[in-house]
Design a binder for this molecule. Structure first.
Ligand code: BGC
Length: 767
């Protein structure tokens, strides 16, 4: 008996020794445990303050230093975007990390700073690494030396989900190489108002397309959470892209029907694809700010869709609940409202930890809400492997940023995204011109990089002028500076116009400026909204003066939102919509001018004639344009899905496998697409449906499928599609998702313009 007791004591104490040493080990070494178990292990050791610390994000030290250098006095305090912590020294900020009161940073400058911050975290009691987030929206463009891919509106014009997936994957590699783990992308807002400065950040106006492309991004970023993957963030939840007056963050009213039809699908698709984070929107929805909206953050997101990741607030929006929206009287109440609604992380700054700690202590916020948020944030850190390796290899980073593979991908993306809007008398491609004049405010600078970009090395970027010089290397290519300001009158209009008559062709590059580091000169991008949609300054006068002197004018638009340019459409023979085509965009534009590349991009946002048409989307309701405008045609300038090629395509033989569909049966259809021209080209085949009669009104057409196909000159291909039965449905008056029996019109073609489509009808049989 004695021996047995002794044995038991020995076994127990051995077990105890084993357990305590296991606890002392970093959790990452307990590799036999699941992530959930590792999270629990850590949770048990954490104080309330440390748990809330994980919910706190701050802007990083170099960002603060640079902001202080750039901005002085009043503007430093008042500027909404400054990201400063007045009264807090850098040393105090560092101490917060050591004390375990910060779980995440954003706007970290580079791999070196990321490592320095992680060193601080390694001095904290539990050594929990920091999650570092960044706006790597179209490439890792806030970091110097990275690959800047075309902006999202550009990329969407390729109608190529696989391309978007590869872009996101490459972006993830660059982000990861610089010691960061989380991008605030994809933006899956459905762009519905071109006055809004952020259209360029979106995949356009169609909810189905935005859903698909968002998923391509989410999957490209997150992969299987390997060492080269990052967390994605679906933002901004929700409906901020149709602000009431066009200005960012202004209110949005939307019926439940509209929410479920237009705004929710892209977000729900990201949840299905496993997106790990969500960001709330700046705006209010139906009178309730999104940052304190439990209907959105809990009822829909978690309870209905089953989202398991965490939600981060947007820049100072918890503060705005009391400072601007005034739904609560102070910061403590703002924190309470937001956290109770379902917010898990505060972007950014000091006004969160203490109020929340107090709220838990007084019982106003349940501790379980904190545990829930903290668990999910810790899980994210395990998922991206931060506990195994919080540091990054600075030398390796240099080899990944803007490497040849990424450069090639950037070029491929711009080639596939640029849209030929107009080509009267086949002016393009240019036929061996001896001389080309290049001018216009966006011809020879970095504005083709778009928003969410910081200065990039000159040698990495090909401007449009540089691209033309490179591609037309036997021609006399001259650049005349017309001045770069878009807000002020263009300089040298007369000189440019006089010079223009001496050239075989003139390329005028106009548009907008989304570069955030050219703050005073921005005409597009975040928080740069417009009341008009014309070309600003006297860019139009510049084009008109050139056109007077020489009719061989090509207008290239470099812009982040649709611009209403009816005069240009009517007069200028060739117009290219380049959007913001990224690092290699200048080369791609030049290749298209030369015909080395056959243009293939198609519009994903309708281009209106004037600001009066801002609500024009292709998928409008039947009565939208029943009555006509008296002063302008009712049709837009260029419709959704439009884009020209140097070859011609013809559609024949639309075949629907089963024209009488049984309930639940998918629609299988095919069409024959012919390249009837003399050059090879890519066509984007688009499929739209129209529910002929329905118990609530439905759009005149809705995109349900698309495919990019490459066709050699003179050849054809059978393109097939499977439209899931459910995609024919809608929300009825009882807010039930139904597919109603009856007939549907199926339209297949190279544009949303019905005159360019093949049309067939199918019937869904009522059982
Ligand atoms: C934007 C977000 C962005 C955040 C961090 C906010 O102003 O709305 O889209 O992710 O700043 O930079």
């Amino acid at each position: 008996m004695k021996r047995t007791i002794l044995l038991l004591i020995i076994i127990c104490s051995l077990g105890f020794i084993k357990n305590t040493s296991a606890q002392k080990k970093k959790t990452s070494e307990s590799s036999n445990l699941t992530i959930e178990e590792r999270v629990e292990e850590l949770m048990q050791q954490m104080t309330l303050e440390e748990k809330i610390g994980q919910m706190c994000q701050y802007v990083a030290i170099e960002h603060i230093r640079e902001t202080k250098k750039r901005m002085k006095g009043k503007s430093l305090i008042e500027d909404d975007q400054a990201g400063m912590y007045p009264g807090m020294s850098i040393q105090e900020l560092k101490q917060l990390v050591i004390d375990g009161k910060i779980g995440s940073f954003l706007h970290v400058k580079d791999a070196k700073e990321a490592n320095e911050l992680q060193e601080l975290a390694m001095q904290s009691r539990l050594k929990i690494p920091l999650l570092i987030g960044i706006d790597a929206i179209h490439g890792h463009a806030l970091i110097e030396g990275s690959t800047v891919f075309p902006t999202q509106l550009s990329l969407s014009s390729s109608w190529d989900n696989d391309l978007l997936y590869r872009v996101a994957k490459a972006t993830a590699k660059e982000v990861r190489a610089t010691g960061m783990h989380w991008t605030f992308s994809p933006n899956v807002d459905v762009a519905r108002d071109p006055r809004w400065g952020r259209c360029g950040e979106t995949f356009g106006e169609d909810p189905f397309m935005v859903s698909q492309m968002g998923v391509a991004f989410t999957k490209g970023y997150q992969g299987n959470f390997g060492s080269q993957n990052i967390l994605a963030c679906a933002k901004h939840f929700i409906a901020g892209s149709e602000p009431i007056n066009g200005t960012n963050a202004s209110p949005m009213d939307a019926s439940l029907h509209q929410l479920r039809t237009t705004w929710f699908p892209p977000y729900q698709a990201q949840v299905k694809a496993g997106v790990y984070t969500f960001m709330a929107a700046h705006n209010e929805l139906n009178g309730v700010p999104c940052h304190g909206n439990s209907f959105l953050l809990t009822d829909i997101l978690r309870n209905e869709w089953g989202f398991e990741g965490f939600v981060v607030s947007d820049w100072m929006d918890i503060e705005r609940l009391y400072q601007t929206q005034k739904v609560v009287p102070n910061q403590q109440e703002a924190v309470k409202m937001s956290v109770q609604a379902g917010m898990d992380m505060h972007m950014h700054g000091p006004d969160f930890l203490q109020p929340l700690q107090k709220l838990v202590k007084t019982g106003e916020v349940d501790q379980s809400r904190i545990d829930d948020a903290c668990r999910k944030i810790l899980k994210a850190k395990f998922l991206v492997g931060l506990f195994d390796q919080p540091f990054s290899d600075i030398e390796k980073a240099q080899k990944i940023l803007f490497n040849q593979e990424h450069k090639d991908l950037a070029l491929e993306s711009s080639r596939k995204s640029i849209i030929l809007l107009e080509n009267k008398d086949q002016l393009l491609p240019l036929d061996n011109p001896k001389s080309i004049l290049v001018t216009g405010p966006n011809a020879n600078n970095h504005r083709l990089l778009g928003d969410w970009t910081l200065p990039q090395p000159e040698e990495n970027i090909t401007t449009i002028y540089e691209g033309i010089k490179e591609v037309f290397n036997t021609a006399d290519v001259k650049f005349i500076d017309s001045g770069e300001s878009l807000l002020n009158p263009v300089k040298n209009t007369t000189i440019v116009a006089q010079e223009a008559e001496n050239y075989d062709a003139v390329v005028v590059v106009v548009g907008s400026n989304s570069l955030r580091y050219e703050r005073q000169e921005k005409t597009c991008g975040e928080n740069v909204d417009r009341a008009t949609l014309n070309l600003l300054g006297n860019q139009l006068e510049l084009i008109q003066a050139i056109y007077q002197a020489n009719k061989q004018v090509i207008v290239v638009l470099v812009n982040g939102r649709p611009l209403a340019t009816p005069w240009i459409k009517e007069h200028i023979p060739a117009i290219i919509e380049a959007w913001e085509p990224g690092s290699m965009g200048g080369k791609a534009v030049a290749e298209i001018l030369a015909g080395v590349v056959n243009p293939s991009g198609k519009l994903t946002m309708t281009i209106p004639r004037s600001v009066g048409q801002v609500t024009y989307t292709y998928n409008h309701k039947p009565m939208n344009f029943f009555h006509k405008y008296v002063d302008q045609p009712t049709s837009p300038l260029w419709e959704f899905g439009h884009g020209l090629s140097y070859t011609s395509f013809q559609y024949k033989d639309l075949h629907i496998k089963n024209e009488k569909l049984q309930p639940k049966e998918d629609v299988i259809l095919s069409a024959e697409v012919y390249n009837t021209g003399t050059v090879d080209g890519d066509e984007i085949v688009q499929v739209y449906i129209r529910d002929d009669y329905s118990t609530v009104t439905r759009p005149v057409k809705e995109l349900v499928a698309y495919q990019r196909v490459s066709l050699k000159a003179g050849t054809s291909k059978t393109v097939t599609f499977k439209i899931p039965y459910n995609q024919l449905g809608f929300y009825n008056q009882n807010m039930e998702y139904v597919v109603e029996p009856g007939s549907f019109t199926i339209m297949v073609g190279g544009s949303s313009d019905k005159s360019k489509q093949l049309v067939e009808t199918i019937n869904i049989i009522n059982k």
